[in-house]
Design a protein around this ligand. Structure first.
Ligand code: FO1
Length: 317
C-alpha cells in the first residue's frame, strides 16, 4: 500500500470505478471523496442524491454494474404499482434504493445536514471511505435546451434529470448553470481535506455536469489552483468520445474541443497532470502544450484490477 492522503473529486459511475481502484492501493480511511450534488432532485417528496448513492453502492459492493446506477438484483414492486396507478415513473426508483431516499429525506426533514446523512448511510453500509457532498446547501444543475423537445420549445430551461433521463440526453444544449451555487458553502471537511491532501485526483467524470458543479462552489476552484501541482485528472474523453453519457457532446456544444487537448485546456488553471488513454498517446505533446503534464496509460476500468492499475499510475504520476 502507498502512503498518501488522497482526495478524489467525483461524479457518478466513472468516479465510482476510480474509487474502487483507489481503495485497492491506499488504505480506504486515507481517502476522502468529494461528490457532486448538482444531479440531486426532489421527486415524490423524496430527496434523491444519485452521485452520492452511486459511489456508496459501488464501494459497498451492491452496485448494479449493467446500469451504472441503482442496486444490483433490485426489485421494482413500488415502481410497477406506481405505473399501474398512472403515477410519475420516468425516474426509476427500485425498492431497496427507495429505502435510501426515505432514510435520507426523513433525516433531512428532522434537521440533519446532507453530509451528516451521507456519513450515516455510508457507515451503515460499511463504506470505509469518507464521503462528502460538495455542499450541504441546495445546488442544482439546470440545462437550457438548444432545440424543441417534449418538455418545451428551444430555449427552455429544464432540471438536470429531465435532460439526462427524461430526454435521454438526446437533445442539444446551449447553456448549463448551477442554481444556488453563489450562496453555497463547501460542506464541512471539504476545504480542509483539499488543503491537506498529498494528492488530489479528478475522477474521469463529466467535466461539465459532474466536475462543473464542484468548481461552482465558492472557494473550491481557488484552493485547487493553489494545489495545482498535486492535482491529477484522468481524462473522461478517450479518442474524442466519452465511454458513457453525454460528456463529448456537451463539451462540443458548449465550445470545448471533445478531446484530451480540450480537457487539458479546460482544466489547465487548476490541474497539473492529465492522465490520458493509450489511444490518445499521439496527442500527449498537444496536451503538454496547454501547460499540463501528460501521462499515458490504459484508462478503461473494465475490471477492478484495471481500475487498481490506473489508480497506481495516478498515484505515481
Ligand atoms: N438513470 C437513468 O437513465 N434512468 C433512471 O430511471 C435512473 C434512475 C435513477 C435512480 C436513482 C439514482 O441514484 C440514479 C438513477 N439514474 C437513472 C442515474 C442518474 O440519472 C445519472 O446516472 C446521474 O445523475 C448522472 O451521474
Amino acid at each position: 500500500m502507498l502512503v498518501a492522503v488522497l482526495v478524489a473529486l467525483c461524479g457518478g459511475v466513472g468516479a465510482a470505478r476510480m474509487l474502487s481502484g483507489l481503495v485497492r492501493v491506499v488504505p480506504p480511511q486515507d481517502l476522502t471523496a468529494i461528490v457532486n450534488v448538482g444531479d440531486d432532485m426532489e421527486l415524490h417528496g423524496l430527496h434523491i442524491s444519485p452521485d452520492l448513492d452511486t459511489v456508496t453502492y459501488t464501494l459497498a459492493g451492491m452496485d448494479n454494474r449493467e446500469t451504472g446506477w441503482g442496486v444490483a438484483g433490485e426489485s421494482w414492486a413500488v415502481m410497477d404499482e406506481l405505473h399501474r396507478l398512472g403515477g410519475e415513473d420516468w425516474f426509476r426508483l427500485g425498492d431497496r434504493d427507495l429505502a435510501t431516499h426515505l432514510y435520507r429525506t426523513g433525516r433531512l426533514r428532522a434537521g440533519a445536514t446532507l453530509s451528516a446523512v451521507t456519513a450515516e448511510l455510508s457507515e451503515r453500509r460499511g463504506v470505509p471511505v469518507r464521503l462528502l457532498p460538495a455542499t450541504d446547501d441546495a445546488l442544482r444543475t439546470r440545462v437550457t435546451l438548444a432545440e424543441a423537445s417534449e418538455l418545451g420549445p428551444a430555449g427552455s430551461e429544464v432540471g438536470f434529470q429531465d435532460y439526462f433521463v427524461r430526454l435521454r440526453h438526446d437533445v442539444a444544449v446551449s447553456r448549463v448553470r448551477f442554481d444556488g451555487a453563489e450562496g453555497a458553502r463547501p460542506a464541512p471537511g471539504v476545504m480542509e481535506s483539499l488543503e491537506e491532501a498529498t494528492r488530489i485526483v479528478v475522477c474521469p467524470s463529466n467535466p461539465v455536469v459532474s466536475i462543473g458543479p464542484l468548481l461552482a462552489v465558492p472557494g473550491l476552484q481557488a484552493v485547487l489552483e493553489a494545489r495545482r501541482a498535486d492535482v491529477v485528472a484522468v481524462s473522461p474523453i478517450i479518442a474524442g468520445a466519452a465511454l458513457k453519457g453525454p460528456a463529448d457532446r456537451l463539451l462540443a456544444e458548449l465550445g470545448t474541443e471533445s478531446s484530451v487537448v480540450g480537457i487539458a485546456r479546460l482544466y489547465a488553471p487548476w490541474v497539473g497532470t492529465l492522465v490520458v488513454d493509450d489511444a490518445d498517446a499521439a496527442l500527449a505533446r498537444r496536451v503538454e502544450a496547454e501547460g499540463v503534464r501528460c501521462v499515458v496509460t490504459g484508462t478503461v476500468m473494465s475490471s477492478p484490477e484495471r481500475a487498481a492499475a490506473l489508480a497506481r499510475v495516478v498515484l505515481d504520476a
